[in-house]
Write a protein that binds this ligand. Sequence first.
Ligand code: ZN
Length: 285
Amino acid sequence: MDNILTIDVEDWFHILDIPSLPPLKTWVKLESRVVSNTIFILDLLDKYKTKGTFFVLGWVAEHFPDLVREIEKRGHEIGSHGYSHELIYNLTPDRFRRDVSLSLEHLSRITSRPILGYRAPGFSIVPETLYALDILVELGFYYDASIFPMKRNHGGFPGFSEAENWMTTPRGNRILEIPVTPINWLGKKIYLFGGGYFRLAPYLLIEQAITYLNARGKPALVYLHPREFDVNHPRLTMSLARSFTTYVNLKQTRSKFEHAIAQFRFSSIETIWNLFSSDSYLIAS
Ligand SMILES: [Zn+2]
């Protein structure tokens, strides 16, 4: 079966919730590595004939439109990761709407197909920000991939039920929800397929967990960032704990990822859910 491959396309300085985060107006002056790191991932995916969903930050689309064209040209799905990489629960509903609209403006100018999916920075759709789903429906999104159904540093929705993919929003709209995929282990939910979790877990465990999910008819959802493939990217100052989860085992990302895509099938969300040929998408558009 197909597992779900997602990449959040942002640069090395798009780290959430740290005092040393450079302000948005200074981003253009920083050395950017997002293009080369993303091309590296695209080449790896070509090698294994694998497609994925790339949630591109609007700021990246604005400054590197050719990168977005390249991702689309190579057959991947483009989604939105917002414009300025802010946690939703730090925004008002109006600022959230403006942020996502701006990302759509930049992405839609570049892509030839409509943008169907959104992922929040830091998986920040939590019980208090469910209103964001109504705003996504209002802006024309068909699905959301921003729920992390367990505790984490920021974001996290521990009580979320993964049994159903269709969610009813607070205002009664319906939206397809693609949460990350934890597994139950010794009575606890654990997640192994993205970011620091992926870099920390031994590959053998990741392999067993994907096999376990697939045997039960469930896809594993992988999420990674271009910077995680780049051992030499500049580091930001942060607490020891954050520094550990942000930078641990960067050397292993490539080999583990390559193992995973060689061993298991992965695809984009639009392919797995058949979004471009479904009747319901035609209604949503
Ligand atoms: Zn992000």
